[in-house]
Unconditional design. Structure first.
Length: 273
């Protein structure tokens, strides 16, 4: 009988890799920090490819798979989190076929929304690419078949979140238009729960809450993602040997203006991949 090979040990400095099209995944990083404050992190923003929501499924799948392949080869993360609803709903399966590290995706929080709605009418705000995915159809059929799910693609909310984190002013009409688009649909006047199906959107939740008015709850998947990462890394050792890193696929003034906010999220180094 041949002895089984022991499981390879994990370098305590091996980072978590969080990937998004922009800065939206920082809403996930916040929750991960609370559960795993000692975990070294590399945050990757594919800002050269932003916005994902306007791209085709084939473009997104190819871009995300290719980028994550190169990133994992170079950075050797212990786990990859695709902190982007659009990338996850389209490319998660193909990425899992390519990479040999644990992959955690992001999916719209339709199940918990269905559990808390009182009126039975749920709004879903996402990118145009996310809201049309069959993955969302399956979540609706499985968890909200007896509810009414109203969807709206709101690409300008992605731009608003990016602008807010750079310190730019944002026209409040952006948030009012998103609220009005859901309210205008049949049954929309009864929306009492809104799924933020883009990781950018929790960054502007306060502005959306003001636009929707009282009596509306907002829910996203970041808590579940953080708990999944904690579960998959349970018992592992952590060692931060250098300040955590933010990587962008394109440099420039916009990245420079994000640095104070990145530092506030514990990302003390910034570079271009």
């Amino acid at each position: 009988m041949t002895a089984q090979n022991p499981a390879p040990s994990i370098d305590p400095a091996a980072p978590l890799l969080l990937f998004d099209s922009g800065v939206g995944g920082l809403s996930v990083l916040r929750k991960v920090r609370k559960l795993l404050p000692q975990a070294p992190v590399i945050y990757v923003a594919d800002n050269a490819g932003l916005p994902y929501g306007a791209k085709s499924e084939a473009q997104i799948a190819a871009r995300v798979s290719g980028l994550l392949g190169r990133l994992t080869e170079r950075l050797h993360p212990r786990l990859v989190c695709i902190a982007c609803n659009t990338a996850s709903t389209i490319a998660l399966a193909s990425v899992r076929e390519v990479l040999e590290v644990p992959i955690v995706g992001t999916v719209p929080a339709i199940k918990p929304a269905a559990a808390i709605t009182q009126t039975g009418v749920i709004g879903l705000l996402g990118t145009e690419a996310t809201i049309r995915q069959s993955y969302v159809d399956r979540l609706e059929a499985e968890f909200a078949a007896d509810k009414r799910l109203l969807r709206h693609g709101a690409p300008e909310l992605v731009a608003a979140a990016e602008a807010k984190l750079r310190g730019d002013s944002v026209d409040p009409e952006v948030y009012l238009r998103a609220a009005a688009a859901l309210r205008a649909q049949p049954g929309g006047e009864n929306v009492d729960t809104v799924v933020l199906a883009c990781t950018h959107f929790p960054l502007i939740e306060a502005e959306l809450a003001q636009a929707f008015g009282p009596g509306v709850a907002f829910i996203d998947g970041s808590d579940g993602i953080a708990h999944r990462i904690a579960f998959l890394t349970e018992g592992q050792s952590w060692e931060r040997r250098a300040p955590d890193l933010a990587l962008f696929t394109r440099g420039g003034d916009e990245v420079n203006r994000l640095k104070p906010m990145l530092e506030a999220h514990g990302l003390g180094r910034v570079a271009v991949f």
